[in-house]
Design a protein around this ligand. Structure first.
Ligand SMILES: [Zn+2]
Length: 138
């Protein structure tokens, strides 16, 4: 088992620190995927894709939670997010998600306001009806 490992051709590339690359060379090549000059384009694509997938800049997981209870809180959060994305502290996609969720939050708050106002109006109308019905009966 160990012999077959040792027999595998090692990459002739060098690591960033100058030491030899220890990764097995690709079949038909003197280099591994990361060092093969013939695969530079492919590698760049893979790195860009990997970057897009995995290296999304976010705040640290231990960053304090923000209070989001009313529209003023959302205003502060959006202002903070704008500055964070401007300074590169968070990925614009994270900022987009924050913006989207803030929108959903504000709509939910508005919906809640409308519902409570509607209930008040319904109660007033019901009161007026019952008092006018009383008048009719009299
Ligand atoms: Zn290599």
């Amino acid at each position: 088992m160990e012999n077959s490992q040792a027999d595998k051709k090692k990459c002739k590339g060098a690591k960033p620190d100058g030491s030899c690359c220890t990764v097995a060379a690709l079949p038909g090549s003197d280099f591994c995927f990361f060092h093969d000059p013939a695969r530079a384009g492919e590698r760049q694509e893979a790195q860009a894709l990997g970057g897009r997938r995995h290296c999304m800049k976010t705040l640290n997981a231990d960053a304090p939670d923000v209070k989001v209870e009313d529209c003023q809180d959302v205003r502060l959060l959006i202002a903070e997010t704008i500055n964070q994305v401007r300074k590169g502290a968070i990925d614009p996609r994270v900022a987009n998600a924050v913006g989207y969720l803030a929108n959903v939050f504000i709509k939910a708050v508005e919906q809640g306001d409308l519902e409570s106002r509607l209930k008040e109006i319904e109660a007033i109308v019901k009161n007026q009806r019952s008092s006018s019905e009383l008048k009719v009966e009299i």
